[in-house]
Design a protein around this ligand. Structure first.
Ligand SMILES: C[S@@+](CC[C@H](N)C(=O)[O-])C[C@H]1O[C@@H](n2cnc3c(N)ncnc32)[C@H](O)[C@@H]1O
Length: 279
């Protein structure tokens, strides 16, 4: 039985469009993660680039990509997100900067020809849902890139997630077997067979070794890596306190951006950002 179930993923995201739009803006923690991802996008996207955003969601980064890129095509698996994304970009006066919105699964980008884009942006974890189709999705995203083009891949990261969500993990660990805990810690795969917990956030939390293995199998190169948020893993109450003190908050944001940019910190947050170059 396949673990990747696009209908399940769609249903989850269709039910939380507004929540997803607010995720990286509504809390100090979200704001840190947003800045960390935006920094990576700014560093790797040039103003002439044709960019494909996959798993774009409601558009938290679409609005930035619309001004960073020369051309932007926006895609997502979940139609409700695309409807919201289009309306939001129209409201923000950015719709003219977006060439198209299309429904597409990262496992099937056949709507686009080979070598069509300079950059593919897949951040915020769409890749964590495709399980046995990871090689298909990875090769599809590379296929639509020109040789030398960049895939900016943001993934939910196993060590960072276990650490920052340990308070939730602990409650789960109290209800499952040691074998189940070994499974999740060794594979990162929260599936319905080996790690059956009520939260049912069916995802493959990944490590940089997973990314390196994908690069090896597909003849691509990992050319840069960042954390999607180091200080973002600090318990929310402490971040909220800091946010209420603007000069201190500014200092922490500066430190966060420096630390996220250090390759050594790539796996230290809930999300890691890998920049992969097509051969
Ligand atoms: C956590 S949201 C991230 C949205 C946006 N990229 C961001 O970082 O704010 C994940 C998005 O990926 C989409 N998604 C999940 N699986 C996908 C797949 N196989 N192909 C394309 N999009 C997918 C979901 O519909 C959802 O909009």
């Amino acid at each position: 039985m396949a673990t990747y179930n696009p209908d399940y993923v769609k249903a989850q995201y269709a039910a939380q469009v507004e929540g997803e739009w607010a995720r990286l803006d509504g809390t100090p923690r979200g704001k840190l993660m947003y800045q960390a991802h935006l920094q990576a996008l700014r560093w790797h996207i040039r103003s002439a680039d044709a960019v494909l955003e996959v798993g774009a969601g409601p558009g938290r980064f679409t609005k930035d990509l619309a001004t960073l890129a020369g051309e932007l095509v926006v895609t997502d698996l979940t139609p409700e997100n695309l409807v919201f994304n289009r309306a939001k970009m129209t409201e923000l006066g950015l719709a003219d900067r977006i060439a198209d919105w299309r429904e597409a699964d990262i496992c099937d980008l056949s709507a686009f020809p080979d070598a069509r884009f300079d950059v593919v942006v897949c951040i915020g974890g769409p890749f964590n849902y495709v399980f046995e189709s990871e090689d298909t999705a990875f090769s599809e995203m590379l296929r639509v890139l020109r040789p030398g083009g960049l895939l900016i891949l943001g993934l939910m990261c196993l060590p960072g997630i276990v650490r920052s969500l340990f308070h939730l993990a602990r409650a789960e660990f109290e209800t499952v077997s040691l074998d189940a805990i070994r499974w999740i810690l060794e594979t990162g795969k929260q599936d319905r067979i080996h790690y059956t917990v009520p939260s049912q956030h069916i995802s493959h939390f990944m490590t940089r070794n997973d990314v390196l293995a994908l690069c090896d199998r597909h003849g691509a190169q990992l050319v840069a890596e960042y954390s999607g948020g180091v200080l973002a893993t600090v318990p929310a109450e402490h971040l909220d306190w800091t946010y209420a003190n603007p000069p201190l908050w500014e200092l922490l944001v500066e430190a966060e951006l420096r630390w996220c940019a250090s390759p050594g910190s790539a796996e230290s947050g809930d999300h890691m950002i890998s920049v992969v170059q097509r051969a």
